[in-house]
Design a protein around this ligand. Structure first.
Ligand code: FNR
Length: 344
């Protein structure tokens, strides 16, 4: 087993071990204002949305997680089966492992094999060359490419990258020339409006803010460390709610996706109401798959689609775009962040 495939297995084991059903995100700190006259027909409600040039029948997707080992090949096959049964889009985890060792390529390409007509995203880190980005897309015959930016994870990981000087330039080059739409994503540390502005300035048009509140890669890498742990860094970053509020000044210049701590249909609707066009879930899907298997997980996805429709009916909104104009109430600490950062 290579170092890479061992690490991929450890990430899955630790993400599941650290999974918490309770709400650690800021979604519990925001509420909808209830209005009593919805003035719509449920039959007119559409869950349809777009992201990165793909048309989606439902506004949530299976976000980037894994691949690179035998165990994670099975997980990708099972997740791809869920995606096929439900029509959800799906991203692979970082394809780096297959770029270094082509013998593990099938742990990624299995996603396309199981779901030949699905909407599939490949995933790589921002240090990769354009050539590697093209290879990652080719392995999955991907419709779009996720580029992850994960500096805190790299720093806490003993074997992680230590040179971040090329990231923005590589993102610019890949976005311009890879030939499929690019999504730049965090991995659960969230984004600031400055980061988002930098990404937009180099041509990025789809951004997943992936905030704090769900899977915690500071905690996961701490658990893998044999050197002294960085326990004090486990609260690093911005929540998904705050990251979407940070993104708001850039609305219209890029499309925003939300992920990080999404655990329920209500969380999905809250993220959409903060301007996200679609919502990614990783830890929650991993947990459902490992606990319930693919068939039951697909049933849960169908139930979630109905529950999203229910919440939209209660809010009087017939489309995902309409949800971005919803009356919201935030707890004081969120408003303090906005005050200090000059967010209206
Ligand atoms: C991840 N995530 C991730 N992201 C990425 O861009 N490339 C990757 O290879 C991985 N690997 C990975 C493995 C596992 C087991 C998990 C659970 C997650 C991060 C993921 O896409 C997401 O940004 C965060 O997990 C936050 O979302 P959740 O998990 O709170 O829904």
């Amino acid at each position: 087993m290579t170092l890479d495939s061992n690490r991929k297995d450890q990430h899955v084991v630790l993400a599941e071990k650290q999974y918490q059903p309770t709400d650690l995100s800021d979604f519990g700190k925001m509420r909808f204002v209830h209005h009593s006259l919805p003035n719509l027909k449920v039959a007119d409600i559409s869950l349809q949305t777009e992201m990165a040039g793909m048309s989606l029948a439902a506004p949530f997707y299976i976000n980037g997680m894994t691949g690179g080992s035998e165990r994670t090949k099975q997980i990708n096959a099972d997740l791809a089966m869920v995606a096929k049964m439900t029509g959800l889009a799906m991203a692979s985890g970082s394809v780096s492992a297959a770029l270094k060792d082509p013998s593990v390529s099938d742990s990624f390409s299995v996603i396309r094999k199981v779901n030949p007509n699905g909407r599939i995203m490949a995933n790589i880190g921002a240090h990769h060359s354009l050539d590697n980005a093209k290879r990652a897309v080719a392995i999955l015959e991907a419709d779009a490419l996720q580029i992850h930016i994960n500096a805190p994870q790299e720093m806490i990981m003993p074997e992680g990258d230590r040179d971040f000087t090329m990231w923005l330039r590589q993102i610019e080059e890949i976005t311009a020339h890879v030939g499929v739409p690019v999504i730049v994503k965090e991995v659960g540390f969230g984004m600031s409006r400055e980061t988002i502005g930098q990404l937009i300035a180099v041509g990025v048009r789809t951004i997943d803010v992936s905030g704090k509140g769900g899977t915690n890669f500071a905690a996961i890498e701490n658990a893998r460390r044999t050197a002294i742990a960085y326990d004090d860094l486990e609260n690093w970053g911005q929540s998904t709610v705050i990251s979407l509020l940070e993104a708001d000044v850039h609305r219209g210049k890029a499309e925003f996706l939300a992920s990080g701590g999404i655990k329920s249909p209500l969380d999905i609707v809250k993220a959409l109401s903060l301007g996200a066009k679609a919502v990614g879930l990783s830890g929650q899907f991993l947990h459902m798959l490992l606990s319930d298997g693919p068939e039951k997980t697909a049933e849960t996805v169908e139930a979630w689609k109905e529950q999203i429709t229910t919440v939209m009916a209660m809010l009087g909104k017939v489309s995902v775009a309409d949800l971005a104009r919803t009356d919201l109430i935030f707890q004081r600490d969120i408003l303090d962040w906005c005050d200090m950062r000059g967010i209206d």
